[in-house]
Design a protein around this ligand. Structure first.
Ligand code: G3I
Length: 313
């Protein structure tokens, strides 16, 4: 039987999954990952704390393991993530830096990491989660010290280090049209006008049944396409308050179908990635107590899996 990726391929799209270290020794897991998906994103392995644990000392082993796995499976890789406020190493967050020091640190890290993976990743989430819900800049170490120009700088450096990688801005709660996605729209338009190498915007897609489906997703994707950008759903999951009843799982399936159809309906929405494919490895229960069951697989195929097939058929 064709996998999700084979079905997506007929539409010129990919279908991906996040993958993290603990799953790399789980052979039933790896079999499904290889059969169903043609894109993978390391959930943690390429983040700053993992790749530069001490200043100037780089460690590629976690990211390399996933790149090797992807190569063996003939899958592409979404690199995640270069500039973020979270999961930074202690050496970086435990003291104050001047703007010129921090700018040099960011430049060095970007060249080192993108250079190391040059030709091996399809795209980079260059800047992750740069905005607040109200559309103001998130007050991160990067923004505080460098101002908003860090975004264009990081994109330019990443482009120099790997001219073929597709460069993305990526965030959550971007699915609906609203203050946060408007902020990305304005920024993306500005960056394009200035000739900054931005290729796409990633809509993470961490959805929750209790907050309602983002009905403006398709229109929202389309307005970014009209700026000349790719879009992608980069970290999809649909969590719910536990226990997972048949009704909630059916509702969840509808959401998976609808969000996939939204991507297929919009030119240059290049693919969908789920934030791991099985509830077994989801980040959700650890962060939202009492919530979970967000993915299309548990120990078997869930209604959401069949809904994805239906959408891609
Ligand atoms: O590595 C340590 C380990 O040494 C320690 O024993 C263990 C005990 O808690 O923690 C391990 O670190 C965990 C790390 O994942 C690696 O497994 C952290 O506690 C945990 O918080 C961290 O969670 C990750 C989360 O990002 C951090 O923000 C999730 O796995 C990862 O899926 C999640 O992914 C993010 C995307 O990068 C950005 N968008 C949101 C998405 C979900 O939060």
């Amino acid at each position: 039987q064709l996998g999700l990726a084979d079905l997506a391929h007929r539409h010129g799209r990919y279908f991906g999954s996040a993958v993290d270290g603990p799953a790399l020794t789980d052979s039933p897991y790896l079999k499904i990952l290889g059969d169903q998906f043609d894109m993978v994103t390391p959930a943690n392995g390429m983040k700053w704390y993992a790749t530069e644990p001490q200043q100037g000392v780089f460690d590629w082993k976690d990211g390399d393991a996933i790149v090797q796995l992807a190569r063996a499976n003939h899958q592409r890789v979404r690199g995640h993530t270069l500039v973020w406020h979270s999961q930074l190493p202690d050496w970086l967050t435990s003291r104050e830096w001047t703007a010129s020091e921090l700018r040099a640190i960011l430049k060095k890290h970007t060249f080192a990491e993108v250079g190391h993976y040059r030709g091996k990743v399809y795209s980079w989430d260059v800047v992750n989660e740069a905005f607040n819900e109200d559309g103001t800049y998130r007050d991160t170490i990067w923004y505080q010290t460098l101002g908003p120009g860090y975004i264009a700088d990081a994109l330019r450096w990443a482009h120099q280090a790997d001219p073929h990688a597709k460069l993305y801005l990526n965030d959550y709660n971007l699915e609906a049209i609203g203050p946060k996605s408007d902020a990305y729209y304005r920024l993306a338009k500005d960056l394009k006008a200035q000739g900054v190498p931005l290729d796409g915007v990633g809509f993470q897609g961490h959805l929750a049944l209790q907050y309602g489906y983002p009905a403006t997703l398709e229109d929202n994707l389309r307005r970014f396409t009209e700026l000349g950008l790719d879009t992608a759903l980069t970290e999809v999951d649909v969590r719910m308050q536990l226990p997972a009843t048949d009704e909630k799982l059916a509702e969840q399936a509808t959401w998976y179908r609808d969000l996939t159809e939204a991507c297929l309906a919009v030119r240059h929405c290049v693919g969908v990635t789920v934030w791991d494919y099985t509830d077994k490895y989801s980040w959700v229960p650890g962060v939202f107590p009492g919530e979970g069951a967000p993915l299309p697989w548990d120990d078997q195929l869930k209604p959401a899996y069949y809904a994805l097939r239906e959408a891609l058929d």
